[in-house]
Design a protein around this ligand. Structure first.
Ligand code: ZN
Length: 575
């Protein structure tokens, strides 16, 4: 047993490398055997879970008050002094464990991951990975510097995008064209950057003895349970059964908006997927205060499951939420883990919109994962693959959706709730074809090293994929904007291959929702059981514990889409 480890949150955030280092030294020096391995892993974990909580607490400290200089200084000290030392020390312990050939209890999956990471590791790749990071910063810089003059004022494209939600179509078009022109002005810069990305990635793959960066990424993303071919099957299934459903949504919206064709500025985000809401429906105003957001969300979760409702109440009463939007708060939303005490922290920037309700449900889904894994012994068993982590959150959005009405203590009238749910389900259907474009494009880029580095060929490929998967929107006269769509998808540049995870998680979430429609108690019990496994089992095993199939085939996708369309049809009667 390691002695004198910090136990209070104050002690944990004040930890220093000179205080931490002796624990790692001791663990590194301790001889391993069949009889000592479990204690050794438990001790390693007790250091790791505190460091995990330390990082979370520091990150929360900087994001709840971006003007807090002390919090910032603490975070910087952590990143400069503690983080690199911990990474190196963790690596040595992983190597020690692998070299011992010993297997702690329920450690197959963590060992599998550590082994794969060790195999992929090359000293020679460290500077190249750093170069890749620097290129990502360049990419952010190009987009961050983009502003436009809108009605006499210099504004960012994020602010400009608010106009895409306007009911005035000429205004939407004007804003859309302004954004498109501004982004096209950086076409050459993004193309130049892309060639550098491709070049550095080819070298990373070669150093790691992988045939291409795709094979490298597969291991790096710890994708043991599916192949690039599976992703292609998924995309073929999407083409076969999701595109017709997406086209029906576009058709319907065209009629609602009274339009002959749907143009890109008729989509809510101005680029893809969700059409702008019909003008005659007023914006939803679900809550006026944060207390109202909390109490109504709690009522909804209690309907989903009393235990989950209880978790949310504890999160709130123990001060583990920060939900309101205010000055000096970081943007966005997240749920992080205080891993030593096994509690979540939920961060949202709520201003009173329906999005805020959905975000709170989503992040709470992640928080339930943290409660359900409270009994998983070791921090190394807590790494849940993204493909399933998002099932917890997206699944909760859907499980909570039947209880959004005031009759259940929620936010909306019957008709408002129906409208919100239709938009949610349609948004999910429309996401899949977009995801397919992003994934298929990347597969093609790294399968065809020469063409993938040729930006004109990339434009052509993206345009083809776009026409194939998103046929419902008319881009005539806007071809240049259409073919450069890959420029604007951050993931393609900064986190290659990271995207199909969302599509797979969504498929799991819809299946859980389907289960709940026939047996709520059984579906929620399976959901909770699957969450409680943490990262101790494989991805297909996590899905099957949740009574969902980890699958890529037409039948599974069709069942999901049919269900979603059926529910939309039911709900439309209530609007
Ligand atoms: Zn999430």
């Amino acid at each position: 047993m390691l002695k004198n480890l910090p136990t209070t949150s104050q002690e944990i955030i004040a930890w220093t490398w000179p205080a931490i280092e002796p624990y790692y030294k001791e663990l590194e020096a301790r001889p391993l055997s069949d009889s000592s391995i479990d204690n050794w892993v438990a001790d390693w974990s007790s250091v790791g879970e505190r460091l995990d909580e330390m990082y979370s607490r520091l990150a929360v400290g900087t994001s709840v008050n971006t003007a807090d200089k002390e919090a910032e200084a603490r975070m910087n000290a952590y990143l400069d002094d503690i983080f690199p030392n911990v990474m190196a020390a963790e690596q040595r312990l992983k190597e020690k464990l692998l070299a011992s050939n010993l297997q702690p209890k329920e450690f197959e999956i963590p060992l599998r991951n550590m082994g794969a990471e060790a195999d992929l590791f090359r000293e020679s790749n460290l500077p190249l990975l750093a170069d890749q990071q620097k290129l990502a910063i360049e990419y952010d810089k190009i987009f961050g510097a983009q502003t436009v003059n809108w009605e006499g004022e210099e504004i960012t494209l994020t602010r400009l995008a608010l106009n895409f939600q306007q009911s005035d179509r000429p205004c939407r078009e004007k804003a859309w064209r302004l954004k498109a022109d501004r982004q096209l002005a950086d076409r050459k810069a993004i193309n130049d950057l892309w060639q550098k990305f491709i070049d550095v990635r080819a070298r990373i793959a070669k150093n790691a003895d992988k045939p291409s960066f795709r094979e490298y990424s597969w291991v790096q993303r710890l994708r043991f349970d599916y192949s690039p071919e599976d992703c292609k099957s998924f995309e073929a299934a999407i083409e076969k059964v999701v595109i017709p459903a997406a086209t029906r949504i576009y058709q319907k919206r065209k009629q609602d908006l009274g339009l002959g064709t749907l143009r890109p500025w008729d989509l809510v985000d101005g680029w893809f997927s969700r059409p702008a809401p019909p003008a005659n429906l007023s914006q939803l105003k679900p809550f006026a205060t944060i207390d109202e957001l909390k109490s109504k969300t709690s009522a909804i979760f209690h309907h989903v499951d009393p235990v989950l409702g209880g978790y949310f109440d504890r999160t709130v009463s123990e001060g583990l939420t920060d939900l309101d939007n205010r000055k000096n708060k970081a943007p966005g939303a997240y749920c992080t883990s205080y891993t030593f005490i096994r509690k979540p922290f939920i961060f949202v920037n709520a201003v009173g919109t329906h999005e805020d309700v959905m975000t709170t449900l989503h992040e709470s889904g992640h928080s339930f994962h943290i409660y359900e894994t409270a009994n998983v012994p070791y921090v190394q068993q807590l790494a849940v693959p993204m493909e399933f982590a998002e099932v917890a959150s997206m699944g909760m959005e859907l499980l909570a959706s039947p209880f959004l009405t005031t009759a259940d203590g929620g936010f909306y009238s019957e008709s408002e709730a129906a409208r919100a749910r239709v938009e949610h389900l349609e948004g999910m259907i429309l996401f899949w074809p977009f995801m397919a474009v992003v994934d298929a494009f990347q597969q093609w880029v790294y399968e065809n090293s020469k063409a993938g580095a040729d930006t004109a060929a990339c434009d052509k490929k993206w345009g083809e994929l776009w026409d194939r998967y998103i046929p419902g929107v008319d881009y005539s006269g806007l071809e240049e904007v259409k073919v450069t769509g890959w420029h604007r998808k951050l993931h393609i540049h900064e986190v290659p291959f990271y995207y199909v995870e969302y599509g797979l998680a969504q498929l799991g979430a819809v299946q859980i929702f389907g289960n709940a429609r026939s047996d709520q108690a059984q579906a929620v019990a399976a959901y909770r059981k699957a969450l409680s496994l943490g990262g101790k089992v494989t991805l297909p095993e996590l899905f099957s514990a949740a009574r969902a199939k980890f699958a890529f085939d037409v039948l599974t996708v069709k069942k999901a889409v049919d269900l979603m369309e059926t529910v939309v049809e039911e709900l439309e009667k209530d609007i």
